[in-house]
Write a protein of this length. Structure first.
Length: 65
């Protein structure tokens, strides 16, 4: 009977801990949103620079013909 009580108590404690941890979802703060926005802007700028470089290479190939 003692093992059943210990097991039941352990299951109850684990359930409470799991419920508590699931409620700890971290909200995104303003600094994290700004960082994500900056990352997105840098990525887009890199893509545009890459496209510009490709256009320059294409123009150089056409000029050498």
């Amino acid at each position: 009977m003692m093992n059943f009580k210990k097991s039941a108590a352990l299951v109850l404690v684990m359930g409470v801990l799991m419920a508590g941890l699931s409620g700890c979802k971290k909200e995104e703060g303003p600094a994290e949103r700004a960082g994500k926005s900056l990352d997105n802007a840098v990525q887009k700028a890199g893509e545009k620079i890459e496209k510009a470089g490709e256009k320059i290479q294409d123009a150089a190939k056409e000029a050498n013909k």
